[in-house]
Design a protein around this ligand. Structure first.
Ligand SMILES: C[S@@+](CC[C@H](N)C(=O)[O-])C[C@H]1O[C@@H](n2cnc3c(N)ncnc32)[C@H](O)[C@@H]1O
Length: 213
């Protein structure tokens, strides 16, 4: 049974400080290492349908995954959304839309939407509202923190090796993460319309692939 009410939403430090704050720069570097450890970027890349007409990433961060995707799919139109400015080395065929995702409509629809460590930022009501944006895509691929004891424990083990901002944000991200069934329900993905698979990974992620029937 879904129990989204046990999610705890606390603001993340990285979302409230300037993009060029030295702590933010260090924390984004930690995030790259965390992403490498979690293996979710490779998993997302492998799950993008080979015949997709476009790829849209929401909460694209420093554009690391987007750059990998652009290299792997050179002919496919790409759009990315984030509050942060575009990375200096943004691939030529990618369109970066800077600003609050809640104020946007999809630049390109119908292809694949991806989100890595992004959706856990939002309340159930916000996710329901984002669902309208997200449901305009044929394939939806997400990797988010799994709200469970083992990821919290592993996060504690990592504390000596990461910046204090990362330490804080890692804990609050896991507390705001998801358990199986919660994210599809919050985004309004009806199993009558989508084939949905969810898996959890021992490294702390909960991964979803939803494909329109
Ligand atoms: C934890 S970071 C993850 C970034 C990237 N996906 C990664 O894995 O490295 C979350 C990202 O979401 C962005 N973000 C948070 N709220 C947002 C909003 N309302 N609209 C657009 N982007 C947002 C932040 O700027 C940040 O880059």
């Amino acid at each position: 049974m879904n129990n989204l009410s046990t999610r705890k939403l606390t603001p993340e430090i990285l979302d409230s400080i300037s993009h060029d704050d030295p702590g933010a720069i260090r924390s984004r570097r930690d995030l790259r290492r965390i992403n490498r450890f979690m293996g979710s970027e490779s998993w997302i890349l492998q799950n993008i349908p080979p015949d997709t007409s476009s790829i849209t990433e929401v909460g694209a961060g420093d554009g690391n995954l987007l750059t990998k995707i652009a290299g792997a799919r050179p002919g496919v139109p790409i759009a990315a959304y984030d509050l942060a400015p575009p990375p200096a080395d943004l691939p030529a065929h990618a369109n970066w839309i800077q600003g609050d995702l809640f104020a946007q409509t999809p630049d390109i629809q119908g292809g694949t939407l991806i989100a890595n460590l992004f959706l856990h930022h939002f309340t159930e009501m916000e996710l329901s509202s984002l669902g309208r944006f997200i449901r305009s895509f044929k394939a939806i691929i997400t990797s988010e923190p799994h709200r469970a004891h083992i990821p919290l424990f592993m996060g504690k083990l990592a504390t000596p090796f990461v910046h204090p901002y990362t330490r804080h944000d890692m804990r609050v991200s896991i507390e705001a993460g998801f358990r199986p069934g919660e994210l599809p329900a919050a985004l309004g993905l009806d199993p009558a319309d989508y084939r949905i698979t969810e898996t959890t990974d021992w490294r702390g992620s909960i991964r979803m692939v939803a494909r329109k029937k």
